[in-house]
Design a protein around this ligand. Structure first.
Ligand code: RIB
Ligand code: CA
Length: 312
């Protein structure tokens, strides 16, 4: 049997983060070595609680390490997107783990040690602010050379942002952290709004899936109505974009998206703060890849099949 790819999931659960974690757990090419948490869709404490709860409920036998509760510049945050994810980050289900506890080490130390343990193999799927990665990069130059790749859900290159006209939430939430990551030298694939907005999970799709995949289906029926409702209110569409699960899908099968090679940077000042900029490299030698297209029906089919296979 082919060796699985060791993966750390860096996350701020978050409704779509939760959906991505249960999908990741169902991916046969990937092995979850740890979950690291960051503030974002809710406070760090709440996101860590939610990650522990999800790992316990779905028997994900990987340690959970808490990371940053403020930006890399030390700015705390206390206004969270409660209208999108609920006051608890998970549609107000008030999840509480019964026995799982977070690891003692901070997320950055765990990232550094894991990259050393799985040198040139470790893939970090980052679906929240990049603050934990920025801390690890600052703390260890070896982390940069040991990490194989970061697959990042974040940014908007050729489409409008979802926080400002220019900026996507995960980048806008800590642009200096994104800047540190982009400049670090770690190979990076950006799975941004350019592709995530092209894969829409409609209510009918979710309802069908929820009826076929056991307790994962029960979770979907608990958390997705709130998310659907927020999208309906904001966009008029009875469906939501497949953000964080698109990064997981890329890790499992990169061919599901079309890519271009080049160099990414982030605007730090002015009204475009948080904007991601991509300079295409015609020689194909750039360190960064940008997902520019996606086989959306295939991604939706894969998500459906994997969840039914694993939890149904
Ligand atoms: O812009 C989408 C991203 O913002 C996702 O990671 C979602 O969970 C939110 O944090
Ligand atoms: Ca997220």
């Amino acid at each position: 049997m082919t060796k699985k790819i060791p993966v750390i999931f860096d996350t701020d659960p978050g409704i779509d983060d939760a959906m991505a974690l249960i999908f990741l757990n169902a991916c046969q090419r990937l092995e979850i070595k740890g979950v690291t948490t960051v503030f974002g869709n809710a406070s760090l404490a709440q996101c860590t609680n939610n990650a522990l709860y999800l790992c316990e409920r779905f028997s994900i036998d990987a340690p959970v390490h808490a990371g940053a509760d403020k930006t890399i510049m030390g700015v705390p945050k206390d206004d969270f997107p409660t209208l999108v994810h609920g006051a608890d980050g998970l549609a107000n289900i008030n999840a509480a783990p019964e026995s799982r506890q977070q690891g003692i080490e901070p997320a950055s130390a765990f990232l550094i040690e894991s990259a050393e343990e799985y040198a040139n193999e470790l893939v970090i799927i980052a679906v929240g602010r990049m603050t934990n990665l920025a801390v690890a990069i600052r703390e260890s130059s070896e982390f940069v050379s040991n990490a194989k790749e970061v697959i990042l859900m974040g940014g908007a290159v050729s489409v409008p942002g979802n926080v400002t006209q220019w900026a996507e939430a995960n980048v806008f939430g800590d642009p200096e952290a994104a800047d540190i990551l982009f400049a670090s030298g770690i190979p990076l694939t950006l799975v941004g709004l350019d592709v995530t907005m092209k894969t829409i999970m409609k209510e009918q799709y979710i309802q069908d899936l929820a009826s076929r995949c056991g307790d994962a289906g029960h979770l979907l029926s608990q958390i997705t109505p709130y998310y659907l409702n927020s999208y309906l209110g904001r966009t008029g569409v009875n469906g939501f974009a497949c953000h964080d699960s698109s990064a997981v899908a890329h890790a499992e099968n990169p061919e599901i998206q079309e890519m271009e090679t080049g160099t990414l940077s982030v605007v730090l000042k002015g009204e475009q703060r948080g904007r991601t900029v991509f300079m295409k490299d015609e020689n194909g030698e750039g360190l960064h890849s940008l997902c520019t297209g996606v086989d959306a029906p295939k991604l939706l089919k894969t998500y459906h099949e994997y969840l039914v296979r694993t939890y149904g």
